[in-house]
Design a protein around this ligand. Structure first.
Ligand SMILES: [Mg+2]
Length: 374
């Protein structure tokens, strides 16, 4: 039997010059942090995960050492208890899937059911640009082969002063691209950075925005209300033909169970690197499908998180497209994937997962040395 012999966690910081002004963050970001989790077995193999900071994991290594890495459901139980008491340590679940794939010689998408070895992507923008510049960016995405893009509304942080300005950006894009691409809008009302005390929209605000998005043929409206307002989400869903999406930071799988049962959202977006790992989110794929709810993960971490979400979506899911954080030049594939030896590259809006065992992550050890902190 193969046994886990070590778990190593390192933290890294890439300076961002020029800084990245994310629409959902009032403070420009001067650096991009990544936590890398490695789990090793007694035959010298190493599984890799990334995502959250692994706060609260220290001192729990012994719960995994000596265990078979392939006992993924057992490890999921332990991680869910750590999640209950401390932080979200799901990157270890990703690393265990990667290691299990390396032991069995199979890519994770195939271990998860093997529906497909690739996923269609939507380009997920992060910067608030002037309407004409947003339309230019949409054209670039079309030229690169993306079937869809996500546009941000300013929430509290950006340069735009009201949602009416945000609607103008969507109008400019739609006028330029016509029906050549699907558009999604992320309202980001479900969460805030710790320093941001702006109140989320009321139901009436959200409804007024939804009517505008309906007019513009928007595919989904993401996080239109505060995350706890499931009744509001449901009422909004009934009041508009635009799909309502959310749940990227919903922490407990039983909350998702209720969301699915109540049909509070049309689209759920758990991120395997932040919530439940691959093992937990796999349950949600099946629950959602049976309820007619779309499952398509949030993936705004680094390339390792994108890959992990892509393996689940390809192997078990059936979403029409998966989030691909990508907004040149501010959020390039090179910046996003700096822990990796080579950045992920989409191919005409597809991410091909191939036959490499596990998640197929190769780390850039030199860069990880140079960016190490703590
Ligand atoms: Mg979002």
């Amino acid at each position: 039997m193969t046994r886990i012999t070590a778990i190593e966690i390192t933290h890294h910081r890439l300076p961002l010059d020029p800084p990245f002004k994310a629409s959902w963050d009032g403070r420009a970001r001067g650096h991009f942090d990544a936590t890398i989790v490695r789990v090793r077995d007694d035959e010298g193999r190493e599984g890799i995960g990334s995502g959250d900071l692994m706060k609260g994991f220290e001192g729990h290594e012994d719960l995994f050492i000596g265990e078979d890495p392939r006992h993924l459901e057992r490890h999921y139980e332990v991680l869910s208890h750590i999640n209950f008491h401390y932080g979200r340590c799901w990157p270890l679940d990703l690393a265990l899937w990667d290691l299990s794939g390396k032991i069995t010689g199979e890519p994770v998408w195939r271990m998860l059911g093997g529906r497909s070895d690739r996923v269609r992507l939507y380009a997920s923008s992060g910067v608030l640009r002037e309407p004409s510049a947003m339309a230019d960016q949409a054209e670039h995405y079309i030229d690169e082969g993306f079937p869809a893009m996500k546009v941000r509304f300013s929430s509290s942080a950006g340069g735009r002063t009201s949602w009416r300005d945000d609607v103008k950006a969507v109008e400019a894009i739609r006028a330029r691209v016509g029906d050549r691409m699907e558009l999604m809008v992320d309202c980001n009302q479900g969460w805030r950075m710790p320093w941001d005390t702006t109140l989320p929209w009321t139901f009436k605000d959200a409804l007024a925005v939804a009517k505008e998005l309906e007019r513009l043929g928007v595919y989904w409206m993401e996080e239109p209300l505060f995350r706890s307002d499931r009744k509001g989400m449901q009422a909004l869903k009934e009041a508009t033909s635009v799909r309502i999406a959310g749940g990227e930071m919903t922490r407990e799988l039983y909350e998702f169970r209720d969301i699915i049962e109540e049909r509070a959202f049309d689209v759920i977006q758990p991120d395997v690197a932040l919530v439940g790992g691959i093992t937990g989110c796999r349950r949600l794929v099946y629950q959602a499908r049976e309820a007619g709810v779309m499952f398509t993960p949030h993936s705004w971490t680094n390339g390792i998180g994108v890959l992990a979400n892509a393996h689940l979506t390809a192997g078990a899911g059936d979403a029409p497209f998966l989030e691909y954080p990508y907004d040149n030049p501010e959020w390039s594939e090179t910046r996003r994937d700096y822990p990796m030896a080579s950045s992920l590259r989409h191919s005409q809006g597809w991410l091909e997962l191939g036959d490499a065992p596990g998640l197929g992550v190769v780390l850039d050890e030199e860069r990880l040395c140079a960016t190490r902190i703590g």
